[in-house]
Design a protein around this ligand. Sequence first.
Ligand SMILES: [Zn+2]
Ligand SMILES: [Zn+2]
Length: 266
Amino acid sequence: MFDYHIHSKFSVDAKMSMDEACERAINLGVKEIVFTDHIDMDWPDDDRHFAIENIEEYILDIERVQRRYKDSLIVKKGMELGYQPHLIDELNLRVKRFPVDFIISSIHVIDGLDPYKQTYYEGKTKKESYERYYEEILHMIQNFDNFDVVGHIDYVKRYSPIPWEKGEHLYGMDILDEIFKLLIEKGKGIEVNTSGYRHVSNTPMPDMEIVKRFHSMGGEIITIGSDAHSVEGVAYLFERALKELKDIGVDKLCLFTNRRPDFVYI
Ligand SMILES: [Zn+2]
Ligand SMILES: [Zn+2]
């Protein structure tokens, strides 16, 4: 098992130290983890400002646990970027200044609104709330290159005030097709974020049907991550996700070192 999405307490919304995350991973038999703390800038609300305050210290702490656990766990350096169109130059600067193994680019703020909050959904149908989010992901892939996978693609399903309905993963599929085509062309991929299983839809993010679509179009770069913010979250429901991935025909996962992909059969 390989957990490619973990937040330590360098992200303000997370509670565990890097040591606690590593020890939990070792106890669960996880072979490799990547810390992907938040590089988010310009949040609309102070109460949801999660970004790492000191990236130097963050990198040094990863290097410390790499040494401490080197006999039992591979620990890699990562980041979860919070993409917004006006931040492209800033994000590129940070990526250049702090080289890591793996980068997730996620959209946490769109049109100045945080989809965690209700204001994003006001004046939009459920379908429109997906489509606007997917359009922004497409814009990101067209204009920004410094990432390896897109984070939690169907994120808006999680916080929509309109109750979840079976089949809503089909909303915006035409835009998803464009997203996947471009991702594949650019040699990038998607993550399967198992924190999604906590949602009423009982699917990862994105829905396994969306992963299936990416795979059927020729998408090979698929990582798996728990998005753990606490010890209990590490490698959350990974066995189930691996089984479901095999069921849809995915037989390998992608690992990264110095931003270069490598594959491992599951
Ligand atoms: Zn995220
Ligand atoms: Zn995250």
